[in-house]
Design a protein around this ligand. Structure first.
Ligand SMILES: [Fe+2]
Ligand SMILES: [Fe+2]
Length: 285
C-alpha cells in the first residue's frame, strides 16, 4: 500500500527530518547550491567518467532523428520505441530542473544550507540531468539541457511564487509522478537494451541513483504536509499527472496514457526504491 499520503505526527516529522538529513549527508556530502554539486556525490560521477562506455556497433537510436525530435514539442510519426525512450528520458527531468533553477533565482542560498534537506534536494535535481545525460550516452545518444514546454514553464513559475503550503501539495504530486515515470522508463530500458548487458547495467546504475533520490523527495515533501494537505494531494494527483504528460508525448506513445496514469495514481513509491540498499527507509526514522 502506498505510504505517499500517510500523515506524520509532529514527533514523527521531527524524527524524519533528522534521519533524512543524516541520510542525505552520508549519501551526498556537503551541498554547494551555487556550484550545483556535492563533494561525496562527485566521486560517483568521477567513477562513471573514468569508465566511459558506449553502445558497441550501431546505436539503437539515430542521433540525427533524436536531435530533430528533441527540439519539437511532439515527435514525428512512426518513431521506434528506442527513440521514444531516449526522447522521453531526455525530457523527463526538465520541469524539476527548471523549477529548481527558478527557485534558486527567487530565493538564493539559505543561510543554513547544510542543515536544510530542501537544499540537498535542489542540488540532487541538478545531478538528475547529468545522470540522464550519462544514461543516454550509454546507449549512444548525446543530449543537451533544454527547457520544458511553455505551459509547464508557466506552471512552474507560478508554483515557485505560491505560499509553501500550497506549492508543497503540488510538488508532492510532481515528485510522485516523477517516480512513476522513472520506474516505467527503467523497466522499458530492460527490454529495449537487453542485447548489450554492459550498457544496460550502466543505465540501471544511473536510474537507481535517481529513484533513490526521488523517493526520498516524496517522503520529505510528505513530512511537510498536514493530513488535510495530503488529502488534497491525493485528489490532485491525477490532474498533475495529466498535466505532466502534456509535455511528454513520447512517454504517452511509449506506454499509453492509461498505463502511466494507473502507475502514477498507485503512488507505490516505496516499491520503486525497494531493490536499492542505499534507499532511505522511512520506518527507520
Ligand atoms: Fe528529479
Ligand atoms: Fe524530485
Amino acid at each position: 500500500m502506498s505510504t505517499a499520503f500517510q500523515p506524520m505526527s509532529p514527533d514523527e516529522k521531527d524524527r524524519f527530518r533528522s534521519a533524512y538529513l543524516a541520510h542525505l549527508r552520508a549519501r551526498d556530502g556537503v551541498p554547494d547550491l551555487a556550484a550545483q554539486r556535492f563533494d561525496i556525490r562527485e566521486r560517483f560521477f568521477a567513477r562513471i567518467d573514468a569508465s566511459p562506455l558506449c553502445w558497441k556497433g550501431t546505436p539503437p537510436v539515430d542521433q540525427g532523428i533524436f536531435d530533430r525530435n528533441y527540439s519539437r514539442s511532439s515527435p514525428e510519426r512512426g518513431l521506434d520505441e528506442a527513440t521514444l525512450w531516449a526522447l522521453a528520458t531526455a525530457k523527463t527531468n526538465r520541469a524539476e530542473r527548471f523549477g529548481v533553477e527558478r527557485e534558486f533565482e527567487a530565493h538564493g542560498v539559505p543561510a543554513n544550507a547544510a542543515e536544510d534537506p530542501h537544499v540537498y534536494i535542489q542540488v540532487e535535481e541538478f545531478y538528475h540531468t547529468r545522470i540522464l545525460e550519462d544514461a543516454l550516452a550509454a546507449v549512444g545518444v548525446r543530449m543537451s539541457v533544454s527547457k520544458p514546454g511553455f505551459t509547464t514553464q508557466m506552471l512552474v513559475r507560478t508554483m515557485v511564487h505560491l505560499p509553501d503550503d500550497l506549492s508543497d501539495v503540488m510538488v508532492l504530486c510532481g515528485e510522485i509522478v516523477g517516480v512513476a515515470i522513472f520506474s516505467l522508463l527503467l523497466g522499458k530500458a530492460r527490454t529495449l537494451f537487453a542485447a548489450q548487458p554492459e550498457a544496460l547495467a550502466r543505465v540501471e546504475t544511473l536510474f537507481a541513483q535517481i529513484l533513490v533520490d526521488e523517493v526520498g523527495h516524496v517522503h520529505f515533501v510528505r513530512s511537510r504536509l498536514t493530513a488535510f494537505q495530503l488529502g488534497w494531494a491525493k485528489r490532485l494527483l491525477p490532474l498533475v499527472a495529466h498535466g505532466a504528460l502534456e509535455d511528454l508525448p513520447e512517454l504517452v506513445l511509449l506506454f499509453g496514457r492509461k498505463e502511466i496514469l494507473r502507475h502514477a495514481v498507485a503512488a507505490d513509491v516505496d516499491a520503486a526504491a525497494a531493490p536499492y540498499p542505499d534507499r532511505f527507509v522511512v520506518n527507520a526514522a
